[in-house]
Design a protein around this ligand. Structure first.
Ligand code: ADP
Ligand code: MG
Length: 348
């Protein structure tokens, strides 16, 4: 059997976990990342430290691999597009471009007749003033946001001046919904109507950062089925290849809304490593390397907590774990406030 090499753009914890999954399948990984301290260099077979627009390094990377994927969505479209001329990039660059842009993403979802929160495009401050109807709301940058970065909660029009919003950027203003809970669906699509889908995962956020995920989600049957149907519909419409995540809101009247799509493996799916026979990472590697699809099976219910900032210290020093607990240290060299440093999954 010829040996496969997978190229991954991005070297954070998702790149690490993709590399580990690939190794299990005898697939080599080469990671290109702009951070010289990228934690995934501890897990991949070869590491290239370069900017995502460094043409010669990008070319070198492409010549060394058979397939290409990425672990985070903010890779320049140009880079993905150029790479795709040399080796197959999955998910395809046009999918990433669509989802990278909150406005295009939400327009796309609404065209499929799938519910999202109400939103409006904002290009300057004057456009905000007549929008009382969307308040309380959240102003979000159309591009480059994650973990609540680039977001401004706005309760009333009077607040706008005090918020110091950078109007050189474009935004959407989204009406705040009265959240009952948040769930996500992880789906891996291999080809037309060929996919594996995990059961809905219930997520808890604190200050817009995910702190806990669990299965089963405490939701009714209608939401259970609707969330899966919508995720399948989105993946099919995008002709998506690989693992993606759809994040949902459930409001106090049990209405379901799609919040956003992540065109990659996702933090809420980390529990699939221990709770399923095949993790979201292995499924991603299988799909983007054109390997066989295997039917997934849940082994156990589970709960995952993110270990943030200096919460990692006691785990590093003295983690006393039961045989149902799995601790993962992302091996980030610097501890920062609000930085995801590791996670702990407990089988239930
Ligand atoms: P990011 O790209 O940073 O993940 P999200 O749009 O998912 O941004 O927002 C992060 C979190 O903020 C959500 O998971 C949710 O907890 C909260 N949030 C965002 N938008 C809304 C909204 N319209 N109504 C209620 N809560 C929201
Ligand atoms: Mg989000």
């Amino acid at each position: 059997m010829s040996e496969i090499t997978l190229g991954i753009l991005g070297g954070g914890q998702l790149g690490s976990m993709l590399s580990i999954a690939a190794k299990k399948l005898n697939i080599k990984t080469i990671i290109l990342c702009d951070d010289q301290n990228a934690p995934a260099q501890n897990f991949c077979d070869e590491f290239i430290n370069a900017k995502y627009n460094d043409k010669s390094k990008i070319y070198e990377f492409a010549t060394k691999v058979d397939f290409i994927t990425y672990e985070f969505e903010n890779i320049p479209f140009e880079t993905l597009n150029e790479l795709n001329k040399l080796k197959t990039v999955s998910p395809k660059p046009s999918v990433n471009r669509l989802i990278q842009h909150r406005l295009a993403e939400k327009d796309f979802i609404n065209k499929l007749n799938i519910r999202t929160t109400r939103y409006v495009h904002i290009e300057n401050k004057d456009e905000l003033l007549p929008l009382e109807d969307f308040l309380p709301g959240i102003l979000k940058t159309t591009t480059m946001g994650y973990d609540g970065k680039g977001q401004y909660p706005i309760n009333n029009i009077k607040e706008i001046d005090s918020l110091d919003i950078d109007f050189r950027k474009e935004y959407i203003l989204e009406k705040l919904i009265k959240l009952k809970k948040e769930i996500s669906i992880i789906i891996t699509r291999f080809s037309n109507n060929k996919y594996e889908i995990y059961e809905p995962i219930e997520n808890t956020h604190q200050e817009q950062i995910l702190i806990k995920s669990k299965i089963p989600a405490d939701i009714n049957e209608k939401i259970f089925n609707q969330s899966k149907e919508w995720a399948i519909q989105i993946a099919e419409e995008l002709k998506y290849i690989g693992t993606m995540c759809v994040e949902f809101f459930v409001d106090r009247n049990d209405n379901l809304y799609v919040n956003e799509i992540a065109p990659r493996v996702h933090n809420s799916g980390h529990l699939t490593i221990n709770a399923y026979n095949i993790s979201q990472f292995e499924n991603h590697v299988r799909a983007v390397c054109s390997l066989e699809k295997i039917t997934i099976k849940k082994i156990s219910n589970a709960e995952m907590i993110n270990i943030i900032g200096d919460q990692i210290i006691p785990y590093r020093e003295n983690a006393q774990l039961s045989d149902k607990q799995f601790f993962f240290d992302y091996l980030k060299t610097e501890i920062k406030e609000k930085r995801k440093m590791g996670h702990l999954t407990t089988l239930k």
